[in-house]
Design a protein around this ligand. Structure first.
Ligand code: SF4
Ligand code: SF4
Length: 346
């Protein structure tokens, strides 16, 4: 039986998204990394371990995700993983574009890394490589197969946009064949590179997916994939006017850490100097006001305040000027899994 549930923000679990560098070998069209706001430095291992220690209290209920840029470009990633494991983090994930630099699969063990999470943005070589760069499809597929063959659990992240949503119905057999454990669908945002040079309404609409297209495509594809025993997660995005809205910045515990020391609680704030925390001398301290925390308090009929500020084109209003729907917090997810199959529920 396939079960769909909205994953409420967990009050008992913390997610730390740790960008240890912003350097990357690819130039994906929708990359959210913004070196002007996130830094261009590569954190030395001594700083990585100091910052991990800042999050170490109660670490067994904390999920740690190493990201970049491409985190496997960092030669000290294996040492950082082992350090984090010893600190007791509940789960450790490495997000990667699949190039798996520095022989990372040979330098960490499945007992040290809970998931390798790969990014692919097309069901075909042609579409994926148009978005992510020539050769990236084959490299990613080969990386997934190699990680699986070495006993690592794997996830796949797919960023849906108008450039690839048309071929999402070709994903279920591909994911089954690859032996993926978890599948995450993201929606294209207007952050980082996807925001640069895309400031006009027409250009923004080119990459963004219309509400009807999202609702007609994503839930059905997610169900088909879940039937293979793969846990599928995708953002809820749209709420009816009567549905309850919550801002994760107020009720959840997520940290988006960047190599320049900025720490955000909301991913939509990452293109601005709105971080609510910052590392100073390797200590995590509150950032100056005004910051994202001041925005989280605002209660508007459209739902997410940051959405209204940076991507108002995805809102619509009735003749009385009331919003026809609310935009949910980008961190509110739907999760679909096959309730009969517990073998893959890591
Ligand atoms: S999206 Fe990821 S893989 Fe692509 S350029 Fe950005 S950091 Fe690199
Ligand atoms: S995306 Fe919107 S609702 Fe979610 S944390 Fe950010 S401001 Fe709050």
């Amino acid at each position: 039986m396939i079960r769909t549930k909205t994953v409420a923000f967990s009050k008992n679990c913390t997610n730390i998204f740790f960008h240890i560098l912003t350097k990357c070998n690819l130039k994906c069209r929708h990359c959210y990394i913004n070196p002007g706001q996130h830094g261009e430095n590569t954190l030395p291992l001594s700083v990585i371990t100091a910052w991990l220690e800042a999050f170490a209290q109660g670490s067994n209920s904390k999920n740690l995700i190493f990201l970049g840029g491409e985190p496997t470009l960092h030669p000290d990633l294996p040492a950082a993983v082992k350090y984090a494991r010893n600190l007791g983090f509940g789960s450790i994930t490495i997000d990667t574009n699949g190039y798996l630099f520095h022989d990372i699969l040979l330098k960490v063990k499945p007992s040290e890394v809970d998931y390798f999470s790969f990014s692919l943005d097309g069901a075909t070589r042609e579409t994926n490589d148009r978005i992510r760069g020539a050769g990236s499809f084959d490299t990613c597929i080969a990386g997934i197969r190699k990680a699986n063959s070495m006993g690592f659990a794997t996830s796949l992240i797919f960023t849906a946009s108008s450039a690839n949503i048309h071929e999402m119905d070709r994903l279920p057999p591909l994911l089954k064949d690859l032996g993926i454990d978890r599948f995450f669908i993201q929606i294209i945002g207007l952050r980082g590179r996807s925001a640069i040079g895309n400031q006009t309404r027409i250009r923004r609409q080119k990459l963004q997916v219309a509400k009807s297209q999202w609702l007609n495509t994503i839930p059905q594809v997610a169900r088909r994939i879940a039937e293979f025993g793969i846990t599928v997660t995708y953002p809820k995005v749209f709420l009816d006017p009567a549905e309850n809205f919550e801002c994760a910045g107020l009720v959840a515990d997520n940290y988006f850490v960047f190599p320049n020391g900025r720490v955000y609680r909301c991913p939509l704030c990452e293109d601005f100097a709105l971080h609510s925390l910052i590392f100073k001398n390797n200590r995590l301290v509150p950032a100056e006001k005004l910051n994202e925390r001041d925005l989280f308090q605002l209660n508007i009929a459209e739902g997410c305040v940051m959405n209204k500020l940076i991507q108002p084109d995805n809102l619509s209003y009735d003749s009385a000027g009331e919003p026809e729907f609310k935009i949910a917090c980008c961190l509110l997810k739907e999760e679909i899994r096959n309730a009969n199959d517990s073998s893959r529920n890591h």
